[in-house]
Design a protein around this ligand. Structure first.
Ligand SMILES: NC(=O)c1ccc[n+]([C@@H]2O[C@H](COP(=O)([O-])OP(=O)(O)OC[C@H]3O[C@@H](n4cnc5c(N)ncnc54)[C@H](OP(=O)(O)O)[C@@H]3O)[C@@H](O)[C@H]2O)c1
Length: 391
């Protein structure tokens, strides 16, 4: 491929301008087995050369390790890179397995200071709520996030795995630049409610796991058999046991399209996600994760592939045939909560409490309690003992 840089797009109506493909950095320190730090650093640099400017991390990735890993890269390229990080998942003090979801203001204030310090930056470009704690009103969570913008600690706000209703309520408090949710040829649940709401509100979509956590590339089939014992994907229902074999058969149409383009499966999966931008009429900046410079080149080259209507039709039925959930605990996803709240969804969206941007937030008598402890195998990767998860 040539070294010409990829085009750019704005995240949300007043968000940052970024390359149309970003880079997921999680695997460099967390969740997907051993990593080579030197190779990961080369990946960060190669991505930037190709015009990738949105770099995605979270405080929970390696219990801060991933943010610390990115700090020298950010120092070298601060003006060129848009750094996105997240709060909301806490490693419990009594052990590295499971996660506590927290959205309460005192915790957010603590989390932002810790992320700023680990990233060694003055301001976070895009700050996401990683998971929703349903015990804290979203207006309160976004209210404190908006305060962080006013205080100059954060530039833009994002939300991960929120429902359409949660997005609308949040956006009424402060403009949301981006929603980050799983979106791929295997995971299309957000197209029902979240994507139309984002398009209507002028919010960008940042699809995570666009390669189905690697499964769509054909690099592994049976997670339990082929991946290291500390790999999070061993806990994902659709990549386990009989589900994995059934789902591997669904890759065939992707192979057919790939061979017509002389492309890899990964490239077709990414080209498909990118084309959802024109289907739904909103900016889409996916963040495939890789630790290899050659793969970043391959992934970025996918931005030049355009699938025909016929090819899109061939790929269309795949998601509907996938067996097994995308996440061990679906209540932590937008789709899971939309399912739980199905009768309530009939209520008009305007019934939700919306707080205008300039209004002071209603004070609550006491801080909301933190959310529940995720069961073993919660949606977000659990960092195994000994690989940076803390005690
Ligand atoms: N908001 C959330 O809750 C959430 C959840 C999960 C992830 N994320 C973010 O989204 C990013 C991406 O998601 P993800 O990493 O889970 O999944 P992904 O991007 O769907 O897949 C990553 C996997 O695919 C492999 N891969 C990448 N490019 C490839 C290629 N061209 N050929 C073959 N294999 C390839 C990677 O291996 P190598 O690394 O070895 O190349 C890695 O194992 C993460 O890094 C993270 O920043 C957010």
């Amino acid at each position: 491929m040539t070294d010409s840089r990829i085009p750019t797009v704005r995240l949300g109506e007043s968000g940052p301008e970024v390359g149309i493909q970003g880079l997921g950095c999680m695997g460099m320190s967390y969740a997907y087995g051993p990593s080579d730090a030197e190779e990961s650093r080369a990946t960060l640099e190669r991505a930037l050369e190709l015009g990738v400017t949105l770099y995605d991390t979270a405080d929970v990735y390696g219990d801060g390790e991933n943010e610390r890993f990115l700090a020298p890269f950010l120092e070298a390229h601060r003006d060129e890179v848009v750094i996105a990080t997240k709060f909301g998942l806490v490693v419990p003090p009594d052990g590295p397995t499971g996660r506590i979801v927290r959205n309460d203001p005192p915790y957010i204030r603590q989390a932002v200071e810790a992320s700023l310090k680990r990233l060694d930056v003055d301001v976070i470009d895009l700050y996401y709520m990683h998971r929703r704690d349903v015990n804290v009103p979203i207006e309160e969570t976004v209210g404190v996030m908006a305060d962080l913008v006013r205080e100059g600690k954060v530039k833009h706000l994002g939300l991960s795995e929120v429902t359409a209703g949660e997005l609308r309520a949040a956006h009424a408090v402060h403009p949301i630049a981006a929603v980050q949710s799983e979106w791929s040829l295997f995971s299309r649940d957000i197209e029902a409610h979240v994507v139309p709401a984002a398009a209507e509100l002028g919010v960008a979509l940042v699809p995570y796991s666009p390669l189905g956590r690697g499964f769509l590339t054909g690099s592994f089939v049976h997670a339990e058999k082929e991946l290291t014992s500390d790999d999070f994907r061993r806990t994902v229902p659709r990549y386990r046991g009989e589900n994995a074999a059934a789902n591997a058969a669904l890759l065939e149409p992707i192979r057919t399209v790939a061979s017509a383009h002389g492309a890899s499966l990964a490239q077709i999966a990414l080209a498909w996600v990118q084309q959802r931008a024109s289907v739904h009429g909103l900016p889409v900046v996916q963040i495939p994760g890789t630790r290899k410079p050659s793969r970043v080149e391959e992934n970025v080259a996918a931005t030049r592939i355009v699938l025909t209507e016929e090819e899109l039709s061939l790929l269309e039925p795949i998601a509907g045939r996938v067996v097994g959930d995308r996440c061990p605990d679906m209540s932590l996803t937008s789709a899971g909560r939309e399912q739980e709240n199905r009768p309530a969804r009939a209520a008009p969206v305007t019934a939700r409490r919306a707080v205008p941007p300039s209004s002071p937030r209603t004070p609550r008598p006491s801080p909301a309690p933190p959310g529940g402890v995720l069961p073993d195998g919660g949606c977000v990767p659990r960092c195994p003992r000994g690989r940076g998860a803390g005690p």
